[in-house]
Structure formats: structure tokens, C-alpha cells
Design a protein around this ligand. Structure first.
Ligand SMILES: Nc1nc2c(ncn2[C@@H]2O[C@H](COP(=O)(O)OP(=O)(O)OP(=O)(O)O)[C@@H](O)[C@H]2O)c(=O)[nH]1
Ligand SMILES: [Mg+2]
Ligand SMILES: [Zn+2]
Length: 317
């Protein structure tokens, strides 16, 4: 049976790249949809699949190879469960722009947490640096310092700076990479410069809200001519967490992970308890305020999620 990698999924069709370079439009059997009801998409972009060829040159996916990793987020539009954004990747780039729209550390931190949990190497892109003024320099330096001191590389880029594009190409060569970020941050624009000729549509920024208009609608994995793959994904407003317990969150904060053991209480939430090593470190300035804010915000949203699904269950009885 031929094997291939899923480049794009549009709901009913999956475009699969065969090992011989051909792309085949494939469908999936209904049983896949039922197998894991917690997932809204049974086959994800990046999956390696075995498929049978039909007479009309379309394919029928029979088997999904085990995923080496994945990035998931909470399903949207009121649907329960998780949506697999991408699987089998070497590195995930969270794409933010300095302005239009302004970068959000909360988004970055949720992405980083998910990558820690799913074993994905994470990097940060701060795009549209050309829109910065002198006043922005300390903000950019502060942001870089927070993340680089934790071991997360921060790449500063602009579509108007060919050197930064060349730098991104070097990062991506021979790797499977993905761009994830809010709408309008320039994911597709960067892709168009990284791989000239691809010319995927890019959007405008609304003058009123400074936000993008969700131009990219389906995730697409693109084979790079210099080696490797890059997945462009639709912009997401919030990076919703799935299946995390409140007590787990600090395990995936690199600066908190080892401190946890020094807290007085084994089940310390690091929010209000006495003798908390994490809060001490925060007060001593060893944990960035923006990171600690994100931490509290994530614990609260995971708790809210737990309570709301709990009450839904109770009502269902
Ligand atoms: N000044 C400046 N503008 C940029 C840069 N990169 C992208 N843009 C502009 O930002 C707008 C949005 O770019 P897109 O590439 O469509 O953004 P996206 O992240 O793919 O957005 P979605 O597909 O909606 O998620 C376009 O008008 C681009 O020209 C940059 O480095 N500098
Ligand atoms: Mg786009
Ligand atoms: Zn604590």
C-alpha cells in the first residue's frame, strides 16, 4: 500500500504527498471519525498515512502511522474536545507581530506550554519589526530576554528585511516546521518570502481593530524547495488549552518545574500558599511578571473549563 504525508485537509478531502512526489486526493472511512471522539479531526495535517488507490486516481486512507508528536488546541465553535493543528513536526514557531496586531505574551506562553507538554521544540518569531520605533527597543529587548533566558530562541523578522528571511530559511532547512499565531501577524507573508513563487493569499489589517481578517482558512504543509516542510495555519485568536489539570500547569513552565519541589505543600498551586518557592522566586524577580500572570491565567481557565464540563455532566444525568 502506498504511504504519504497529509499536506492539507479540507474536511472531506485530504491531499496526500506520496513518497514518489505525486499528490493524491484521499478520503477517510467513516470509522475514523468515531474512533476518538475527543478529537474533532481524526486525520491531521502532518500525519503519515497508508492508503489504497481507487480506479479514478483518488485514494482511500486505511491507516494512520503513530504520531511522533502533535500540537492541539481546544476545539472552537462550542465543540468539545481537541483539534489537532499539526502532527509529526520538528519545531513549532509561534508567530507574533510587534504591532498590527500587537504581540501578546499570554498567547506565546500558552503555545510554549502546549509544546512542553507534547514534546515539540518551540521557537518564537517576532515579525513586523520594521513597524517599531525607538521607543519599542526596550520592549523588544525585554521580551527577548524573558524567553531566551528560558532557552526559547526569539527570531526577529520583517518581510522587508531579506536577511531575516534568509535566517528563517536556515532554521527551517530539512526540518518539518509550523507557523501558529493570531490572524494578521504575517505567517503567510513570511511563507511567501521564504518560498518565492508560492504566492498564497495574504490579508489586510483592519484599520479599526488592528487585527487580521482570517485570510488563511485551512492549514497547509508546504514542501520547501531547499529541503523540509513548513505548515502555514489559519490565525487563531486564543490558544485554548486541552486536557490539562490545574496542578500540571507549573510542570510545563521551565522556570517553575524544579522549584515546585521546594514548596511547603505538595499540592501547592503557587498562587496563595505560604512557603511557596515559586511565589518567592517571583517576588525576588527571578520569574518574569508576564510569565507569572500567564501562569495564573492558565490555571484559572483550566479550572473554569473543569467546572463547566462538570456541571454539563451533572445536568446530563
Ligand atoms: N510592515 C509589515 N507588514 C507585514 C509584515 N508581514 C506581514 N505584513 C502585512 O500583514 C498583513 C497580514 O499578513 P498575512 O500574511 O496575511 O497574515 P497571516 O498571519 O497569514 O494572517 P491569517 O492568514 O489571517 O492568519 C498583510 O497586509 C501583510 O502585508 C512585515 O514584516 N512588516
Ligand atoms: Mg495566513
Ligand atoms: Zn508553590
Amino acid at each position: 500500500m502506498p504511504t504519504g504525508r497529509v499536506l492539507q485537509s479540507t474536511g472531506s478531502w485530504y491531499r496526500v504527498l506520496r513518497d514518489n512526489g505525486e499528490t493524491i486526493q484521499c478520503r477517510i472511512p467513516g470509522k475514523f471519525r468515531l474512533k476518538d471522539i475527543r478529537q474533532t479531526n481524526p486525520v491531521a495535517v502532518g500525519d503519515v498515512v497508508d492508503f489504497k488507490m481507487n480506479e479514478d486516481n483518488t485514494g482511500h486512507i486505511e491507516h494512520i502511522h503513530p504520531r511522533t508528536n502533535k500540537i492541539t488546541r481546544q476545539a472552537t465553535h462550542g465543540r468539545k474536545g481537541e483539534h489537532v493543528l499539526i502532527s509529526n513536526i520538528d519545531q513549532g514557531f509561534v508567530v507574533q507581530s510587534l504591532k498590527q496586531p500587537e504581540f501578546k505574551t499570554g498567547f506565546i506562553d500558552r503555545f510554549l506550554l502546549t509544546c512542553e507538554a507534547f514534546d515539540v521544540q518551540a521557537k518564537i518569531i517576532l515579525n513586523k519589526i520594521d513597524l517599531g520605533t525607538e521607543d519599542d527597543a526596550p520592549i523588544v529587548a525585554g521580551m527577548m530576554d524573558v524567553y531566551e533566558s528560558l532557552g526559547y530562541p526569539v527570531i526577529i523578522s520583517s518581510i522587508h528585511d531579506p536577511d531575516s528571511i534568509e535566517g528563517l530559511r536556515a532554521e527551517m532547512k530539512d526540518n518539518v516546521s509550523v507557523f501558529i499565531g493570531p490572524s494578521g501577524t504575517g505567517k503567510t507573508s513570511l511563507l511567501n518570502y521564504i518560498q518565492p513563487g508560492i504566492e498564497r493569499p495574504v490579508g489586510e489589517i483592519s484599520g479599526f481593530s488592528n487585527k487580521g481578517k482570517h485570510t488563511t482558512t485551512f492549514a497547509e504543509l508546504i514542501p520547501l524547495e531547499f529541503g523540509g516542510f513548513l505548515a502555514d495555519t489559519p490565525g487563531i485568536r486564543e490558544f485554548g488549552l486541552v486536557h490539562f489539570e490545574p496542578a500540571e500547569i507549573s510542570l510545563y513552565f521551565r522556570e517553575m518545574k524544579s522549584l515546585r519541589e521546594e514548596c511547603k505543600y505538595y499540592n501547592c498551586t503557587h498562587i496563595h500558599e505560604p512557603g511557596c518557592a515559586v511565589m518567592d522566586a517571583f517576588q525576588e524577580g527571578k520569574i518574569a511578571a508576564s510569565r507569572y500572570d500567564s501562569y495564573i491565567n492558565m490555571v484559572e481557565s483550566v479550572e473554569d473549563e473543569k467546572h463547566s464540563t462538570g456541571s454539563r455532566k451533572r445536568r446530563g444525568k
